[in-house]
Design a protein around this ligand. Structure first.
Ligand code: EPZ
Length: 422
């Protein structure tokens, strides 16, 4: 397994291009199952999760061609051969469950393995099931697989979700596009990735309104046609790299970044004393010398502070002036980066869903281990600001969500290299 060696190397300067959003692409790709005509995605990120979703769609019989070095995905699901998403693929990536709604809508049946837990939590699918059952699906759990059927097709309904789940919103909205009648989805998630999905579905002929609010209305249509859609900028990669100058000092411009994607996060950086300004090409982030101020964070569904930036924000708070309280309200076990940061000299106390961080002057490099996608990048950020060398192991987690991370950070002056594993 590869590792990454990073050495504290002072202020950063330059530009980092931000890629298309992993979490938008992972729901846009299954949307191809809704139509027998081709769907082409541009600005797709080059990530292992995208390769996993590609393999899943191909296992169903869809054609997926990765063009222009992976930035264009040309897909067609005209002749599907299976409606079963196998455990071997789903267990590697929970987002595989996003084929459930489209398969059910187009074919009236789907067999999708339950993803099983992952490092950050149990991650059940009850909200997906409840929503699809509201549309008339019959779903039962057998041998670890959800067996879903809608023999007479799905029917529109009014359904209120108990929690604003991102994935459940995506599955239900995709399913409702081909249901008979109108669906009103209440307490829907409002993430930009859902807005991007709806914009793509609309290009395919779907009749949808309310995306980005808590109530999304979908008028079912008989069929959807093909389309070409550009994947929205990745707000989590954007927020992650905004923290690089915040932690190391200097000034970095994040190309493609827009304030609307990271409003609540940028507000926290501003309160911490980090300058964030919108430029014609993106977002410019600067921190003059001196330590940032400690700020408190509570993770919430969009537009609240994103759980996917909690680990990275904790890394910044480790050397802030004062004490910061971070409350993780979305996942039950998303502080695994904390003990690794403590190995670097951080002062963090975790009690249940709350971590209290008392800032220290500077972290010290140490060997640390990545446990999940966002934890791994928070350790790299910490290593960039720390004194001495940090080796982050198990960086396959990184490859799931950050394309060319070494190249992008080297480009603004970080001292970082990837060490090939044995
Ligand atoms: C999406 O996961 C993202 N993944 C996650 O990003 C992100 O952390 C999460 O949304 C929250 O923003 C993709 O978009 C591919 P949820 P998802 O359903 O859809 C519970 C990353 O790092 N829940 O909003 O799985 C669940 O256990 C990943 O890129 C149920 O209880 O998130 C969790 O505690 C990590 N029942 C909470 O809701 C359900 O049926 C939020 O889950 C579904 C979810």
């Amino acid at each position: 397994m590869d590792s990454i060696l990073v050495t504290g190397n002072g202020p950063l300067n330059g530009q980092i291009p931000i890629a298309g959003a992993k979490n938008a692409c992972l729901t846009l790709m299954p949307a191809t199952l809704l139509s027998e005509e081709p769907l082409t995605l541009t600005n797709a990120p080059r990530l292992s999760d995208i390769k996993t979703m590609t393999a899943l769609l191909q296992s169903l019989g869809a054609e997926v061609s990765s063009l222009q070095d992976g930035q264009v995905l040309a897909m067609s699901s005209h002749d599907l051969t299976s409606q079963t998403a196998d455990y071997e693929i789903v267990r590697k990536m929970r987002a595989s469950n996003l084929v459930l709604g489209p398969l059910l809508a187009r074919f009236g049946q789907a067999v999708v393995s339950l993803p099983g837990g992952c490092a950050i939590g149990a991650r059940p699918m009850d909200l997906h099931v409840e929503g699809l059952e509201a549309l008339g699906a019959e779903i039962e759990l057998k041998d670890g697989y959800l067996h879903a059927n809608a023999p007479g097709g799905l029917k529109g309904a009014v359904h209120e979700m108990r929690f604003a789940s991102v994935g459940a919103t995506e599955n239900i909205v995709m399913a409702a596009t081909l249901a008979k009648g109108t669906t009103v989805l209440k307490n829907a998630a409002r993430e930009p990735e859902i807005v991007d999905l709806v914009e793509c579905l609309r290009k395919m002929g779907a009749q949808i309104s309310g995306e980005g609010t808590s109530t999304i209305e979908i008028q079912g249509v008989d069929r959807l046609h093909g389309a070409t859609h550009q994947v929205v900028t990745d707000r989590i990669e954007l927020g992650t790299y905004m923290l690089a100058p915040a932690m190391c000092g200097g000034e970095v411009e994040l190309l493609g970044g827009r304030m609307a994607l990271v409003e609540s996060f940028a507000a926290k950086l501003d309160a911490a004393g980090v300058q964030v300004e919108e430029t014609p090409k993106g977002l410019k982030v600067a921190r003059k010398n001196g330590r940032v101020n400690a700020v408190d964070v509570v993770t919430e569904p969009f537009p609240g502070f994103p759980t996917d930036l909690q680990a990275q924000m904790m890394a910044l708070m480790c050397t802030a002036e004062g004490t910061s309280v971070l409350e993780e309200r979305i996942f039950e076990n998303r502080f695994m980066h904390a003990p690794e940061l403590v190995r670097m000299g951080a002062n963090i106390e975790v009690h249940g869903g709350t971590a209290t961080v008392t800032g220290v002057e500077r972290l010290k490099g140490a060997p640390v281990m990545a446990t999940d996608l966002r934890a791994s990048v928070s350790l790299i950020l910490a290593g960039m600001a720390a004194e001495g060398e940090t080796t982050v192991s198990r960086v396959y987690h990184l490859d799931r969500g950050y394309e060319h991370v070494v190249r992008k950070l080297e480009g603004v002056g970080a001292k970082i290299e990837r060490i090939k594993g044995q």
